[in-house]
Design a protein around this ligand. Structure first.
Ligand code: SF4
Length: 333
């Protein structure tokens, strides 16, 4: 059994809404965006765990809270058997050597004033991972070779604006793997790239995850991609996990009406294959004032009345660690 690298228990992240002068004058009530609300899961070494859902579902916030780039409101984050939930930034330093993030936008995430060498070397310097400048240079060269920016000497003195989008995202991957982390969060790492180069970058990322035996949290809105990439998958909606299991369980045998609706929107390569039409009505509601009971009830095609409006379904194991949060389950015999 592989080692659990990261485990979250009942994680919540609420953001205080800044209100205008008149609102604060007439109302004492504070408003919160319930971005992540009572989420629990774990990721093992060498595992790719996908977090999928529409924009506004809370998946990016979850990734950032896990790395403590933002502080959780409550719940626990256990990293390699140690509770890091309340650690200060200086106490986090030894853990930062084991965790990295790859951001969505390779145009924004790389400092335009730094050379490629300095961008990749930055985590080594900031986290005191290398003992000398020559060791830093060796590690930077090796990282550039691993992401196939070769020969490395042709890239080290360039600036981000001199590279293509795909090359920049390779630099972002090199920057993440240079410290040989145990855990990486990749937030939609190819969604800003040209379709023609997405597959190459993903193939590269996953071969490196496999080679380094890293735990990867892969955040995506694209279930077609998640199906090919992830080992396990959680579907998020308005800050909550609606369904979680292996990719085969969630994608091939979806139980939750929301997962089914998302799957209905994924293109099928075989035009003769049958598909059940599932329509989700309207827009995702505001996380400031989420619907009562089941958060999906205002859009659910399987809505079964008052129980959905009043009772918040718990995430229950339907067998073999396939979890679903819906009042349709467990089915009465
Ligand atoms: Fe739909 Fe009710 Fe299940 Fe929510 S609990 S997903 S509203 S059937």
């Amino acid at each position: 059994m592989s080692e659990t690298i990261v485990k979250v228990q009942n994680l919540k992240k609420y953001f205080l809404v800044k209100l205008g002068f008149f609102h604060t004058l007439f109302s004492k009530q504070s408003l919160y965006v319930q971005a992540v609300d009572d989420v629990s899961f774990e990721i093992k070494r060498g595992e790719i765990f996908g977090l999928a859902g529409e924009s506004g579902s809370g998946k990016t916030t979850t990734g950032r809270v896990l790395l403590k780039l933002i502080e959780p409101t409550s719940g626990k984050i256990i990293f390699k058997n140690q509770d890091i939930t309340s650690l200060t930034e200086s106490q986090m330093k030894p853990f930062r050597r084991s965790m990295q993030m790859i951001f969505q936008d390779p145009y924004e995430s790389l400092n335009p004033r730094m050379t490629i060498e300095n961008i990749i070397a930055e985590p080594l310097r900031v986290l005191d991972v290398a003992s000398s400048e020559s060791e830093i240079q060796q590690k930077v060269t090796k990282a550039l070779e691993e992401v196939e920016l070769i020969p490395p000497e042709e890239f080290v003195f360039r600036y981000p604006h001199e590279l293509s989008g795909g090359q920049r995202q390779r630099v972002a991957v090199a920057r993440a793997i240079v410290i040989d982390p145990d855990f990486v969060v990749a937030d939609e790492p190819v969604s800003m790239l040209d379709v023609s180069i997405r597959a190459e970058i993903l193939k590269l990322l996953f071969s490196l995850v496999e080679k380094h035996n890293t735990a990867l949290l892969y955040i995506t809105h694209d279930l077609a991609l998640a199906r090919h990439i992830c080992d396990r998958l959680a579907i998020m909606y308005l800050g909550k996990i609606m369904e979680m299991g292996t990719v085969d369980q969630v994608i091939e045998e979806p139980l939750h009406p929301y997962t089914r609706a998302l799957m209905a929107a994924v293109p099928i390569p075989d035009p003769t294959a049958k598909r059940i039409e599932v329509i989700i009505k309207g827009e995702i509601p505001s996380p400031v004032n989420p619907p009562s009971g089941c958060r999906f009830h205002t859009r659910c095609p399987s809505y079964i009345g008052d129980i959905c409006r009043k009772k918040e379904p718990k995430l229950i194991d339907m067998g073999n660690n396939h979890y679903v949060a819906c009042n349709l389950y467990p089915k009465k015999s």
